[in-house]
Design a protein around this ligand. Structure first.
Ligand code: ATP
Ligand code: MG
Length: 299
């Protein structure tokens, strides 16, 4: 509304919902205008936290989709028998489909098992089937059992006609042989931390496990990023957890914080990431901003 040439906010314009909509339009514009350069070498990012339900899978698939939308060539490796990343990327993963299980037991090469995702032409997925639940038993007596994924992935990268810019490995909520394989194959680790009670519980243990793997199996492994998930702006608790995490990990914690959002949790049931399901939603915007931050790290 204009009054004497001065723009006066109407009641509707000053409501929180309208303010958020206006802000989100600006955020979407900025995201659209940002161009990303591919990394010098393929970044292999294992998304790990042995605590369950903190947003590992949601983070892996949404960051992967956001980077693919920015022209990057991205592979998601589903290393969780639950197969949630495969579901979110619209990739078939019923028993019998060539998957990460066959790759780990040496029955298939990664090239034979990787599938295109319905999400985006630049996005590929090595799916996980329920067969993976038995993989730890199959692998336990094998020599070099911690390096199987690393070797298979390096062979796949070397044999591809086009380069891969990012690989996200979604790991299960435990520190078994699957997670060890994911950490040995990685060039870096991303830790999602849920803005909830006991958020930091287990993080000390995770750090010491990563340290052990670094010393024994993968000397260059680093926790390069921490992402705050399921942030609820209505609670003091979320803000307290976020500031605690930022205090302990000032350089690793991404500025973009992922809000708790119904749209994020609905997306997988449509075989989609939140980014294609509802790209203008606050949660999707936050994941796109986090992806840009990740890509610009150290640039
Ligand atoms: N930002 C969010 N807002 C609302 N719901 C979310 C958000 N992030 C994740 N969720 C939901 O929380 C649940 C756990 O998320 P997710 O599966 O990504 O966690 P996870 O760490 O991979 O779990 P697991 O340890 O079982 O593998 C899922 O139902 C997911 O849809
Ligand atoms: Mg998961």
């Amino acid at each position: 509304m204009k009054h004497c040439g001065v723009k006066v906010a109407t009641e509707a314009e000053s409501t929180p919902i309208l303010r958020e909509m206006t802000l989100n339009i600006e955020r979407a514009k900025k995201i659209a205008q940002t161009e990303l350069s591919p990394p010098a070498r393929t970044r292999i990012i294992t998304v790990s936290n042995q605590k369950g339900g903190v947003g590992k899978t949601t983070t892996a698939v949404n960051l992967a989709a956001a980077l693919a939308r920015k022209g990057m060539q991205v592979l998601v490796i589903d290393l969780d028998p639950q197969g949630n990343a495969s579901t979110a990327l619209g990739v078939p993963h019923h028993s019998g489909v060539a998957s990460s299980f066959e790759v780990l037991i040496g029955e298939k090469s990664m090239a034979e098992a990787v599938q295109p995702s319905t999400e985006h032409e630049g996005l590929l997925c090595l799916p996980a089937t329920i067969d993976l639940a038995g993989a730890e038993i199959d692998l336990v007596g094998r020599d070099g059992r911690e390096n199987i994924l690393a070797r298979a992935l390096q062979d796949y990268i070397a044999g591809r006609e086009h380069r891969l810019d990012y690989v996200f490995i979604d790991s299960p909520p435990s520190l078994g042989l699957l997670t060890v394989n994911a950490l040995v194959a990685a060039t870096e680790v991303m830790v999602p931390i849920q803005c909830e009670y006991y958020a930091l519980e287990g993080v000390t243990q995770l750090i010491s496990n990563i340290e052990r793997i670094k010393q024994a199996l993968n000397p260059s492994l680093v926790i390069r990023s921490i992402i705050l998930t399921m942030f609820d702006s209505r609670t003091n608790l979320s803000a307290d957890v976020a500031s605690e995490v930022r205090k302990y990990f000032p350089s690793q914690t991404l500025k973009a914080t992922i809000p708790r959002s119904v749209r994020i949790s609905e997306a997988p049931s449509f075989g989609q990431t939140a980014i294609s399901y509802d790209p203008k939603n606050s949660g999707s915007l936050a994941y796109q901003e986090a992806a840009i931050e990740l890509a610009q790290q150290g640039a």
